[in-house]
Design a protein around this ligand. Structure first.
Ligand SMILES: Cc1cc2nc3c(=O)[nH]c(=O)nc-3n(C[C@H](O)[C@H](O)[C@H](O)COP(=O)(O)OP(=O)(O)OC[C@H]3O[C@@H](n4cnc5c(N)ncnc54)[C@H](O)[C@@H]3O)c2cc1C
Ligand code: FES
Length: 279
């Protein structure tokens, strides 16, 4: 009922029942549910997902191929994400949002570079391109069994000129190496009107640097520890910005001037940590 949806308070968890679960890889699952508001969210937006009795986590809104269906794609990492990953059919989760800004989709030839669940907002972006866009998507994974979304990307782009290129670090599928190796080769041969990236921050740092060295418009969707998701707690700060409110999508030019991007982040207690110490 449309009028009922229009009364919904975006800052209160809205309960949704998990209707379908897709095993994407041995560590990644997509949970599908009915929700008109989430199914219309913009590429790059996220939701705060409440797993009752466990925690609330920020999750990028995934694309769904069905009308009024929405989805989250979760990788099991720590306790909370593993609880969401283990959610059963018929279980309820609470959803606040959608929050945050969205990618500014340029016309022409676009390059999308993502790794792991960083691909989620990029898959959603594919739903917003038109048939005149020429899309190259570079999918990064550690190994063959962790490659996901290749078929879905080809399906979503069936009306476009497109290339889906896969890389694995151990070389068990697609190109051996990093997504940035492939991007570097591509930039020698061709130019793009826009580059969009999401994934590990050091990967995004390199993507942004490479695109800007060729004077190409570039945007990255940034992750930080999030607690409130709405600009109150400050846990997601990155220099003067709150990633939940001012992002999560930032222009590359701004990011390169920002001394925290690719260098530091706040851990759960709010202390500043170095990205390099995680590598
Ligand atoms: C805007 C946004 C969108 C996200 N979208 C997705 C998504 O679509 N799918 C998905 O699986 N995950 C997504 N995440 C990450 C997710 O919210 C959790 O942070 C992650 O699942 C780990 O949670 P955990 O409590 O299970 O692990 P923890 O036990 O908290 O941590 C496991 C590891 O991950 C690190 N970590 C935890 N949270 C973050 C964070 N926010 N940023 C950087 N490192 C972190 C920890 O330092 C630790 O090394 C997103 C995060 C943000 C901020
Ligand atoms: S998560 Fe609280 S201010 Fe961003």
């Amino acid at each position: 009922m449309k009028w009922l949806e229009s009364l919904r308070n975006f800052n209160k968890p809205h309960l949704c029942k998990i209707e379908k679960i897709i095993n994407e890889t041995p560590t990644i699952r997509t949970l599908i549910f009915s929700d008109q508001i989430m199914s219309n969210s913009l590429p790059g937006q996220f939701a705060m997902v409440w797993i009752p009795g466990i925690n609330e986590l920020p999750m990028s809104v995934m694309v769904s191929t069905k009308q009024n269906k929405a989805a989250f794609t979760v990788r099991k990492q720590g306790f909370s994400s593993t609880s969401l990953y283990n959610a059963k059919l018929g279980q309820y989760i609470g959803i606040r949002g959608p929050y945050g800004n969205n990618f500014n989709i340029k016309s022409g030839k676009l390059l999308l570079v993502g790794g792991g669940t960083g691909l989620v907002p990029l898959m959603r972006l594919l739903k917003f391109v038109n048939s005149s866009h020429d899309i190259t998507l570079i999918i990064g994974a550690s190994t063959k069994t962790e490659v996901c979304f290749e078929d879905l990307a080809n399906l979503l782009l069936k009306n476009n000129t497109h290339h889906v290129i896969t890389t694995t670090i151990d070389g068990t599928y697609g190109h051996k190496g990093l997504v940035t190796d492939v991007m570097s080769d591509l930039l020698h041969e061709t130019t793009f009107n826009g580059v969009y990236t999401c994934g590990p921050e050091l990967m995004m740092l390199n993507v942004v640097k490479m695109a800007l060295s060729k004077h190409i418009f570039v945007q990255a969707s940034i992750e930080r520890i999030m607690k409130c998701g709405v600009g109150i707690c400050g846990s997601c700060s990155m220099n003067d910005n709150l990633v939940c409110k001012d992002g999560t999508v930032f222009n590359g030019l701004y990011l390169l001037e920002n001394d925290e991007f690719g260098c530091t982040y706040r851990n759960k207690s709010g202390s500043i940590e170095n990205y390099t110490s995680k590598v």
